[in-house]
Design a protein around this ligand. Structure first.
Ligand code: PXP
Length: 244
C-alpha cells in the first residue's frame, strides 16, 4: 500500500484537559494547533463534549478563525451541539456516540438504531457544506446504514484493535481491513481513529483505502515527554537570576 497520501488529523482535546485541570489559560489549544500545523498535520480535530470537560466553545471559534488546515469537529448529534456546528461551520463534522460517564468515546455509533436522528443531522450539516463523517465499528450492517443515511465519510473505530492482545490482534485487524474495503466499495471516504500510537500504527498501515487517521492522546502524551527537557531548562534559566 502507498502510505504517501495518508493524512493526519491531530486531536488536541487533551491539551485542553491539562488547561481545565487547573483553570489556567495555558496550555492554549490554539497554540498547540499552530504547532501541529507547522509540523505538517493535515487537520485538527476537537471534540466539543456536552459536559465541556476539555474543549470549550471559545476554543472551537478561535480554531475556526485561525487555522489554515482543516478543522474537524467531533460531536454528538444533539440539537445544542448541531446548532453550534451550524454557526461555527467547521470543514468536517464527525458524529460520535457520547456518554457522560465515559472516559473517552467507547464505541461506534449505532447508525442502524439511530437512523432517523442521524439522517436529519447529516442532511442539516451537509446543507451548510460540512462534510459529515460517522464514527462506526468496522461492521457491514453499520457501514451500509452509514451510506444509506447519506454520510460521505466514515471513521472506523480502531480502539478495539488498538486495545487487543494476543490472538485477537489479528482478528481485529482483519475486521478493520475488511471494513475499510467494504466502505470504500460503497463509495465512502474511509478515515480511522482511536487509540492509535507509535506501537500499534504498523498494523493500521496494513488497512487499505484509508484517507485520514485521527490521533490524539498518544501524540499529546508524547509531546509532554519530548518537551520536558526544554521546559525544565527554560525554568532553570528563569531562576538563574536569583541573588538570594
Ligand atoms: N476519533 C474519534 C471519533 C474519537 O472519539 C477520538 C477520541 O476523542 C479519536 C479519534 C482520537 O482518539 P485517541 O485520543 O485515542 O487518539
Amino acid at each position: 500500500m502507498n502510505t504517501h497520501n495518508l493524512k493526519l488529523g491531530v486531536n488536541i482535546d487533551h491539551v485542553a484537559t491539562l488547561r481545565q485541570a487547573r483553570g489556567t489559560v495555558y496550555p492554549n489549544p490554539l497554540a498547540a494547533a499552530r504547532l501541529c500545523e507547522a509540523a505538517g498535520a493535515h487537520g485538527i480535530t476537537v471534540h466539543l463534549r456536552e459536559d465541556r470537560r476539555h474543549i470549550q466553545d471559545r476554543d472551537v471559534t478561535a480554531l475556526r478563525k485561525a487555522l489554515k488546515i482543516r478543522l474537524n469537529l467531533e460531536m454528538a448529534a444533539t440539537p445544542e451541539i448541531i446548532a453550534i456546528a451550524l454557526k461555527v461551520r467547521p470543514d468536517e463534522v464527525c458524529l460520535v456516540p457520547e456518554k457522560r460517564r465515559e472516559l473517552t468515546t467507547e464505541g461506534g455509533l449505532d447508525v442502524f438504531g439511530q437512523w432517523k436522528t442521524l439522517k436529519t443531522a447529516v442532511a442539516r450539516l451537509a446543507d451548510e457544506g460540512i462534510a459529515v463523517s460517522l464514527f462506526i465499528d468496522p461492521d457491514r450492517r453499520q457501514l451500509d446504514a452509514a451510506a444509506a443515511v447519506g454520510a460521505p465519510v466514515v471513521e472506523l473505530h480502531t480502539g478495539t484493535y488498538c486495545d487487543a492482545a494476543g490472538a485477537s490482534i489479528r482478528r481485529e485487524l482483519k475486521r478493520l481491513m475488511d471494513g475499510a474495503r467494504y466502505a470504500h466499495a460503497l463509495g465512502l471516504q474511509v478515515n480511522a481513529g482511536h487509540g492509535i500510537n507509535l506501537d500499534n500504527i504498523r498494523g493500521i498501515l496494513c488497512v487499505p483505502c484509508l484517507d485520514t487517521l485521527n490521533i490524539g492522546h498518544s501524540i499529546v502524551a508524547r509531546a509532554v515527554l519530548v518537551g520536558m527537557r526544554l521546559a525544565v531548562r527554560e525554568m532553570l534559566k528563569a531562576m538563574a537570576g536569583y541573588r538570594g
